[in-house]
Write a protein of this length. Structure first.
Length: 129
C-alpha cells in the first residue's frame, strides 16, 4: 500500500510539473457547420503581453471571427475581437494597456465562422507571453 501511495504521489508531481507545458498550446477547430463557435481555454504561466499565433488557417471561404479574453489574476477581464478573411499564418497581440499583472492570468478564445463552410476550417493556436 505504501508503494502505491508513493507511486501515486510521484505521478501527481510529474503531472503538476508538466501541466504548464501541456496547457501552453490549444487547438481549436471551427467545423463546416458554420455559425457554431468553438472555444478553448489556456492557462498563462509567464509574464508579458499575451499574443495568439494562428499557425495555420485553411479552408476559410468567408470570414472568421476570433474573440479572446484575458482574465487577470486580480479578477478583471478584457476582451479583444478580430475578423479574418483569407488564409495563412498570423499573430494577434493583446496589449496590456491597463497595467495589470499578467502572471497566472487566463486566456479564453472563441472562434466562429459567419456562414456555413463547405470545407472545415482548421486553426492551430499557440500561446506566447
Amino acid at each position: 500500500m505504501k508503494k502505491f501511495i508513493a507511486f501515486t504521489l510521484m505521478l501527481v508531481l510529474i503531472l503538476a510539473c508538466l501541466s504548464p507545458a501541456l496547457a501552453a498550446n490549444a487547438e481549436l477547430t471551427a467545423m463546416s457547420h458554420g455559425g457554431t463557435a468553438q472555444t478553448g481555454y489556456v492557462k498563462k504561466t509567464k509574464t508579458g503581453d499575451p499574443s495568439v499565433t494562428i499557425n495555420s488557417l485553411t479552408g476559410l471561404q468567408d470570414t472568421l471571427l476570433l474573440n479572446f479574453r484575458i482574465r487577470y489574476s486580480n479578477g478583471t477581464a478584457a476582451t479583444s475581437n478580430y475578423t479574418f478573411s483569407g488564409t495563412g499564418p498570423r499573430t494577434v497581440y493583446y496589449l496590456n494597456a491597463d497595467g495589470f499583472n499578467a502572471v497566472d492570468s487566463s486566456f479564453f478564445a472563441r472562434v466562429q465562422t459567419q456562414s456555413a463552410q463547405t470545407t472545415s476550417v482548421t486553426i492551430n493556436f499557440s500561446w506566447a507571453p
